[in-house]
Each structure stands twice: as structure tokens, then as C-alpha cells.
Design a protein around this ligand. Structure first.
Ligand code: GAL
Ligand code: CA
Length: 351
């Protein structure tokens, strides 16, 4: 096995990727010069504590390892955790460039700050692939070797809304607890300003109302993609609104799981819980679907996104046309589809 990760400058890596721990310990820590002819990819994560991002990084590491065996090209991943700090991320990008990375993969902390990174990368002739946190189009268009790999935020919201609407319409007596014909809901939102928070919030509700259901929002708040914050928020709402809450719409699975934590804490029997839906199809969320606590989720295809990033990186490094390696829209964008995950089709999504 030849996948190597260099962790001397990024001590948090072992926490992120237990899979790679032994490899990290085995590998010598390279200096500024290139130790070999491997493809070096610098991967800057906005936060390694984010469940979905951590899964995506693991997928990338696994796929790189598989690809290495298949094509006989050494691939070295250097992974950094920006810990929600854009200044830290800028330093990490500088270090990746100083250490001779061939391609950068950047998960922006502040997605409005991409222009600086594009300019630094262009000055060194190092292609940059942004992922998951979408920069503005102007920044993506700044240089021909700038790309974005992600999934359409609007699509995920629409699918989540359809799942909620389908459940509601299939059993209105169960979900419309007060029998007034309206869906009383609360909305757990991701980080303010994140494309997925803005568009999922809007399009989830739009899909529900488009299906002919009238809604009443009891409350909304950000829980920053975070399970503990969502649990705290939902516990307060549960006190304030009690069983008036008929549906909990969440911008991601971790926050839906937080809502589940809070409801479990109330001791209320499962058949009296509100309808809860999320997005990501993380492993714990799929367990909650299997247990009947989470009604459904939407697959955010971390493996597909990681594969697209890797294919792009390999093509760019080899000087090949990236459009031959991935399906490129507008010369810069790679979009992966979302998919609905319910108890019925769950098994086809579990690894
Ligand atoms: C979203 C994902 C969230 C969170 C966020 C981080 O696509 O659904 O769970 O990981 O990205 O940027
Ligand atoms: Ca109602």
C-alpha cells in the first residue's frame, strides 16, 4: 500500500482519518522539496468535525488508494483541518503550495473568500478544485483551471420536501395532529450564508406547498449543521410548542439527529413524534431511518463527489482535457445528483 499522507504540519489528521493513522505514522515527514514523483493533492477541509465532510475525506483517501493500485501512479494526500477559520485555511493553502502540491482541493471556510486562493494557485500554476462550499461564479471563472465539485442545493431541498409531503399525504391522520389541514413545522437551518442552508430551506418548503399542502412555520433557527446545537434548539421548541410541532425539517442529518436526541430525552413514545426528515444519508442517519426515528433522508453523494475530485486531479496533473475525465458544465462545474433514501430503499445505500 503506497498511499501516503504527510501530517507533520497538520497534526489533527489522525483524529480525522483513523483509517490512515498507521500510514501517517509510517510515513517520513517531507520537507519543502519533492521527495518523489507522486501526484500530491493538498486537501483543505473547513472542519474535520463535520460528519459529512469527514465521510467525504475518508472516501477520497480510499478512492486515491484504489486508484493508485489501478493506474500505478503514486498519490499523496495532504489533508488539513481549517477549524472554521479562514485565516488558518489561507496559511494551509500557502503551505500546500510551498510543499509542491500539484493540485489543491479546497472546502472554503468562508465561501466568499475564494478569489485570493484562485490567485495564489494561478501564480504557482496549480489547479484548484473547490468542493461542497460553493464560491461565487465570478471567482470560479477567474482562471480556467478553477473548478467546483458539488451537488445542487436546490435539488436536495426539493427532494426533502417531496419526502415530507409524500409521508404527510400517505397518512394525514397520523401527522396532522391537530387536524386543521395545515402542516405546522419547525426548520433547523445550516450555517447562515451557506448555499445549502439558503436553498434547502427555501426549496423544501416550496416542494411541500407545490404538492398542495398548506404550511405554518412555528419556528426556525440555525444550528450550524451541528447535532448538539440542534438538540438544544429542539429541546427549547419542544418545551415551547409541545405536540403542536407536526414536522421537523432539517437542512442536514446531523441536525435531524440532534432533534431526535432531544425528542428521545422527552420520553415521548416514538409513534407520537413529529415527522422528521434530513439530508446527507450519513451512516448514523441511515441507522435512525432503519429504527423508524428519522422518516427519510436524501443522499448527498460523498463518494461520487470524491471520485469526481480525484478524476479531475488526475486529468489536470496529466495535462489532459478535464472534460474527458468528468462531466463538466460551463467548463468549471461538476454536479453530482442527490437521491431519496427511505426505509424501503435503505439497503441499496448502506455500504
Ligand atoms: C452540506 C452537508 C452538511 C455539511 C455542509 C458543510 O452539503 O449537507 O451536512 O456537511 O455541507 O459545508
Ligand atoms: Ca396541523
Amino acid at each position: 500500500m503506497r498511499l501516503r499522507t504527510k501530517s507533520c504540519c497538520f497534526p489533527s489528521l489522525p483524529k480525522l482519518l483513523p483509517v490512515l493513522l498507521s500510514l501517517v505514522l509510517l510515513s517520513a515527514c517531507g520537507g519543502g522539496e519533492r521527495p518523489d514523483d507522486s501526484l500530491r493533492i493538498g486537501v483543505a477541509l473547513y472542519s474535520q468535525d463535520d460528519t459529512f465532510i469527514s465521510a467525504l475525506a475518508q472516501d477520497l483517501a480510499q478512492l486515491a488508494q484504489e486508484e493508485e493500485g489501478r493506474i500505478g501512479q503514486k498519490i499523496t494526500l495532504l489533508i488539513s483541518d481549517s477549524r472554521h477559520n479562514q485565516t488558518t485555511q489561507m496559511d494551509q493553502v500557502d503551505r500546500f503550495l510551498a510543499r509542491g502540491c500539484d493540485v489543491l482541493c479546497v472546502n472554503m471556510v468562508d465561501r466568499t473568500g475564494a478569489a485570493v486562493i484562485v490567485d495564489k494557485a494561478e501564480a504557482e500554476g496549480v489547479p484548484v478544485i473547490f468542493f461542497n462550499r460553493q464560491p461565487v461564479d465570478e471567482d470560479i471563472q477567474r482562471w480556467e483551471k478553477t473548478f467546483y465539485v458539488g451537488a445542487g442545493a436546490q435539488e436536495s431541498g426539493t427532494l426533502e420536501g417531496q419526502l415530507a409531503a409524500d409521508a404527510w399525504n400517505a397518512d394525514p391522520d397520523r401527522w396532522d395532529r391537530n387536524g386543521d389541514g395545515l402542516m405546522q413545522y419547525v426548520m433547523l437551518e445550516g450555517e447562515p450564508g451557506h448555499q445549502d442552508a439558503l436553498l434547502r430551506t427555501e426549496y423544501t418548503v416550496k416542494a411541500i406547498t407545490d404538492s398542495g399542502i398548506e404550511v405554518e412555520r412555528l419556528a426556525r433557527d440555525t444550528a450550524n449543521w451541528n447535532r448538539a446545537q440542534a438538540a438544544a434548539r429542539t429541546a427549547l421548541w419542544a418545551e415551547e410548542f409541545g405536540d403542536q410541532i407536526e414536522v421537523i425539517l432539517s437542512n442536514n442529518d446531523d441536525m435531524a439527529l440532534g432533534a431526535i436526541d432531544a425528542l428521545s430525552g422527552t420520553g415521548r413514545p416514538l409513534e407520537d413524534w413529529p415527522l422528521i426528515v434530513g439530508i446527507d444519508a450519513t451512516v448514523p442517519a441511515m441507522e435512525a431511518v432503519a429504527a423508524g426515528q428519522l422518516y427519510a433522508t436524501v443522499l448527498n453523494d460523498s463518494r461520487g463527489q470524491a471520485q469526481a475530485m480525484l478524476n479531475l486531479a488526475l486529468a489536470l496533473h496529466a495535462g489532459e482535457d478535464p472534460a474527458q475525465a468528468v462531466e463538466l458544465e460551463d467548463g468549471h462545474y461538476v454536479w453530482l445528483p442527490y437521491a431519496k433514501v427511505t426505509r424501503e430503499n435503505l439497503d441499496s445505500f448502506r455500504k
